[in-house]
Design a protein around this ligand. Structure first.
Ligand code: PHE
Length: 313
């Protein structure tokens, strides 16, 4: 009997043998029924046999169940290392990635995102920025004019004005979006991305501007960036500066900035004797080219999938 149990190789057979032994008409059941007629010694033998057989059945059952489970697992095995059909995953456009990165950084500095229209009126794009009609500085930007006198905004600085008109001071905002100028070559596109920062409060100084720019650039390029400032001219800042950034062994012109001109504050009904602050503006297409080592700005707007795939994104 013991050998019989040991040699069984399926759960069904084991079940059959169990029924034949311990079932209603089972051999062991019959023996147990006769117990009353047996001597003490004989009883002890039957009892031992009973316990041993039950134990054997139990062991055999779990052994067979294990085998069944293992063979099921082996049958369902998936080879995750197998080669698959290459899939065409979409990726973010490099400019979109930069936009997200810069937005995240400036928000972490406490700046709030502001938006404005891409078709601007003369007031927001020029006049309120201390650049009235016939001001020679209008020549700094080759502007697309619309027939009704509006312009394709030439600079996100227009959004500074909208923000101050709406919110007054103190104010700490940034704007990011497309701007338009009549120029086109490998490093200039008629449509390009500008980013603007504006921070007006009672005690804002040039060193806040310098600290903000250094931190912004270092975060964006993910390494310590060395900067220097040079005097410059913008009608809406006084003093005005240009930020250069050390890139390899070269200094690159990267960002226009300065302390917001009192006339600009007055144009937005902010008292320049109480409030002052800084503004900065830069092209983030250019930043993207630098960060990812690209040399032709025009490729950003060609929508050539092969280029996008090979540009490291
Ligand atoms: N708007 C300027 C430009 O387009 C950049 C700038 C922004 C300069 C803010 C100073 C302050 O060149």
């Amino acid at each position: 009997m013991k050998d019989k149990i040991k040699n069984i190789s399926s759960l069904e057979e084991l079940q059959e043998l169990y029924t034949a032994t311990f079932g209603k008409d089972g051999t062991m059941t019959a023996k147990l029924k006769q117990m009353a007629k047996l001597s003490n010694e004989e009883r002890a033998i039957v009892n031992t046999e009973n316990t041993q057989l039950r134990q054997l059945f139990k062991e055999k059952q779990s052994e067979l169940e294990n085998i069944a489970l293992n063979s099921k697992l082996a049958g369902e095995y998936i080879d995750v290392t197998l080669d698959n059909e290459p899939e065409n995953h979409g990726t973010l456009h490099p400019l979109t990635q930069t936009l997200k990165d810069l937005t995240g950084i400036l928000e972490s500095f406490g700046f709030t995102l502001m938006t404005g229209p891409e078709i601007e009126d003369d007031w927001h794009n020029f006049t309120a920025l201390n650049t009235p009609e016939y001001h020679p500085a209008r020549d700094m930007q080759d502007t697309f004019f619309l027939l009704n006198g509006n312009v394709m905004r030439t600079q996100t600085s227009a959004i500074q004005i909208r923000a101050m008109e709406q919110n007054g001071a103190p104010i700490k905002i940034f704007a990011i979006g497309p701007t338009y100028r009549k120029e086109l070559d490998a490093t200039h596109s008629a449509m390009f991305g500008q980013m603007e920062g504006l921070y007006i409060d009672k005690n804002i100084t040039m060193s806040d501007l310098i600290g903000t720019l250094r931190a912004l650039l270092s975060k964006f390029f993910e390494k310590e960036i060395e900067i220097r400032i040079r005097p410059s001219y913008f009608p809406f800042t006084e003093p005005s500066v240009e930020f250069d950034m050390k890139w390899g062994d070269k200094w690159l012109e990267i960002c226009g900035a300065g302390m917001v001109h009192p006339n600009v504050l007055k144009n937005c009904n902010i008292d320049p004797n109480k409030y002052q602050g800084f503004a900065f503006g830069f092209g983030w297409d250019r930043m993207t080219m630098l960060k990812y080592g690209l040399d032709d700005l025009r490729a950003f707007y060609d929508s050539d999938i092969r280029w996008l795939k090979n540009s490291g994104f």
